[in-house]
Design a protein around this ligand. Structure first.
Ligand code: ZN
Length: 169
């Protein structure tokens, strides 16, 4: 994971199905960042089918690579308490210093530009094919990830509410 590579399929699928089978997922669930490959999507589809369940939608939040790199590589974290900043969107009052506890701000290895670029390469190779896969099943819903977090959140909530309503009709 430190290099931005993906976690082995069998491990992640087992962990996810344990949660899907738990009481907290009885009324529904949202998987964030899974599946990331077509083999994972197939395993998930089969596992849900065996349980008499199915996905209602696959949500795709889209943003250009440059925007993803700008957002992730601008993140800074404080070394003492993990307070988060962003050099463009939420900068500290004094560069490199936490406003709340005065400790040093660093960039996590995960957010270094080389790691972000590697993660994007893996995404384009392995995850992008899922867009057609879910589109072919009529499940894909697209969202504009260049909008503000509040707007994206609002659009996703509205879409989920509509889908929930349709399911109960
Ligand atoms: Zn801090």
């Amino acid at each position: 994971m430190d290099k931005g590579d993906l976690v082995p399929d069998d491990l992640i699928c087992r962990v996810i199905m344990e949660r899907v089978d738990s009481d907290e997922a009885a009324d529904g669930f949202l998987l964030d960042g899974f599946p990331r490959t077509i083999p994972q999507a197939e395993v998930l589809e089969n596992a849900l089918e065996r349980r008499g369940r199915h996905l209602t939608a696959a949500l795709l939040v889209e943003a250009p690579d440059e925007e993803v790199i700008r957002r992730l590589s601008g993140r800074r974290i404080c070394t003492k308490n993990g307070h988060l900043y962003h050099v463009d969107f939420d900068p500290p009052k004094h560069e490199g210093v936490c406003d709340q506890d005065g400790s040093r701000l660093i960039q996590r290895d995960d957010d270094k530009p080389e790691t972000v670029k590697h993660r994007l390469r893996v995404y384009h190779e392995q995850t992008t094919p899922l867009i057609d896969w879910y589109e072919g099943r009529g499940l894909l819903r697209r969202f504009d990830g260049t909008r503000s977090p509040e707007e994206v959140n609002g659009h996703i909530r509205a879409t989920l509410a509509t889908l929930k309503l349709e399911e109960t009709l």
